[in-house]
Ligand binder design. Structure first.
Ligand SMILES: [Zn+2]
Length: 86
């Protein structure tokens, strides 16, 4: 499927899910409730959404560039600073 058709299909699914108060998480691809997700909307269109579960385990950075909205994510990693019992 060419990229524009895929984009249209994703947009149609996003619209259908949004009418039900839901969205598909861009990280884990699970359907989640909109009121339990971090979402970015532009001109009334959902352009990015991530569920609460993924926000707990990911660092999400959202910004804008001259090309549009960009999202970066990274797995949260613990940084041990002192060994146990030490
Ligand atoms: Zn998720």
């Amino acid at each position: 499927m060419p990229a524009p058709d895929l984009d249209d299909a994703v947009r149609r699914e996003d619209d259908a899910l949004a009418e039900l108060g839901k969205m598909r998480c861009r990280c884990c691809r699970q359907v989640a409730e909109l009121d339990r997700a971090l979402t970015v909307w532009r001109n009334g269109q959902l352009v990015f959404g991530v569920c609460d579960g993924c926000t707990a385990s990911q660092v999400i950075v959202i910004g804008t560039t001259e090309r549009g909205i960009v999202v970066q994510r990274a797995q949260r990693a613990l940084l041990p600073v002192a060994p146990r019992g030490g």
